[in-house]
Design a binder for this molecule. Structure first.
Ligand code: KG4
Ligand code: ZN
Length: 367
């Protein structure tokens, strides 16, 4: 691991102005020495520093991840310079751990693949400059990776999913529906017009101060909402699903910020009624959690239903063997999965979700 130990600071930084030109100068060419190509994947697009070594048949040889969730929970959300600093502090160790676990020497790697977009610019920059130093040092090809394409294709490590298939990516930073026609061939059918569902759940959880709730103190916002929702009545509040107006619904887009404002108002009203200060836990927190989870699930299910019908009508998806892949942190929510299951059962589709550790950001999907 001497080589990896030496990377930091050894090479001059690549030009800041034109990183993509620099990337294009690398081509992927097949290695001759090894039976299987071995790819090191590096992910730093948001708040996870992750790396993995995967061979071309999909075997995961080594993996490591450092999550920043605990720090960001304390600061009430991701502060980009803080995320950048934490990536800087951890990237070398994480890459080293993944490569060591794989028992592959760095010189045996066939290529280095790294997320280049989309994501937080400061976070992406750490992974990119680290990778480019490594690429120079090891004289390996570089594969620039689109984070969303990686999420969408992860399922193919586990299931034999043929193209085309429909993918729904729902997390703290993403919300999109796309038809996956090939490894790099995506037809975008819908996206969030404002914030992502996980972001919205995180904001509601923060507004409800769930971090102070004894059962939820270590959970992400979305997980805390799912946990509390089990104890609440989803119909306790009369909340209208987003994008109900006809002019808004004739596409497969999503919207979550209007719903967030509605929930904010309900929380303010309840604080008044219960005579408590902002920052204390409401007695109706579980009802609010159940209502917000239910409303989000209905909205996501309806938009996905529309996308399936559109694709089938246009013969973009198989009539009888269509597959819907759902991934991203919010996809680990069992209530939302259940709502999607109702949709796929009604449309003769198969619903596939990677296991939670592959739904969230990781190095394996990049490799
Ligand atoms: O995919 P991810 O780890 O990171 C990105 O955003 O890229 O997703 C994290 C998001 C957070 O917003 C978190 O609150 C949400 O996923 N989340 C959940 C659950 N677990 C995590 N949302 C709903 N239900 C869950 N069980
Ligand atoms: Zn992601």
């Amino acid at each position: 691991m001497l080589i990896l130990n030496k990377t930091a600071g050894v090479f001059s930084k690549p030009s800041r102005k034109k990183p993509y030109e620099f990337l294009r100068s690398f081509n992927f060419y097949p290695g001759k020495l090894f039976l299987h190509k071995l790819v090191l994947g590096i992910e730093t697009s948001c708040d996870d520093t992750a790396a993995a070594v995967v061979d071309e048949t999909g075997n995961v040889l080594g993996e490591a991840i450092h999550s920043q969730t605990e720090v960001h929970l304390k600061t009430g959300g991701i502060v980009p310079p803080v995320a950048q600093q934490l990536h800087r502090e951890n990237i070398q160790r994480i890459v080293q751990e993944a490569v060591s676990a794989s028992k592959v020497s760095p010189s045996e790697l066939s290529a280095i693949a790294t997320t280049i977009k989309p994501g937080l610019a400061l976070s992406l920059g750490v992974g990119l400059s680290f990778s480019l130093q490594l690429v120079h040092q090891l004289k390996k090809p570089f594969i620039p990776i689109h984070h969303m394409e990686a999420h969408a294709l992860t399922i193919r490590l586990l299931n034999k999913v043929e193209f085309p298939f429909l993918v729904l990516l729902i997390s703290g930073g993403h919300c999109l529906l796309a038809l996956v026609r090939g490894v790099s061939d995506f037809l975008l059918l819908g996206k969030s017009l404002d914030i992502a569902p996980g972001d919205m759940l995180d904001k509601v959880a923060r507004r409800l101060s769930l971090i102070k709730h004894p059962e939820c103190s270590t959970m992400s916002g979305g997980k805390a909402i799912e946990h509390l929702a089990k104890q609440g009545n989803k119909l306790h509040f009369d909340i209208k699903p987003p994008m109900q107006r006809a002019k808004n619904s004739k596409n497969c887009d999503f919207s979550f910020s209007g719903l967030q404002h509605v929930i904010d108002k309900i929380i303010m009203q309840k604080e008044k009624e219960e005579g408590i200060q902002k920052g204390q836990i409401l007695s109706s927190a579980a009802h609010i959690a159940a209502a917000v989870q239910h409303t989000i699930a209905c909205h996501i299910a309806k938009r996905t239903h529309r996308a399936i019908l559109f694709c089938k009508q246009r013969h973009l998806l198989s009539q009888s063997n269509a597959v819907l892949v759902v991934s991203g942190g919010v996809a680990s929510n069992l209530y939302i999965r259940k709502a999607l299951e109702i949709v796929t059962n009604a449309t003769q589709c198969t619903l596939l979700c990677p296991p939670p550790r592959l739904c969230t950001d990781n190095g394996i999907m990049i490799a």
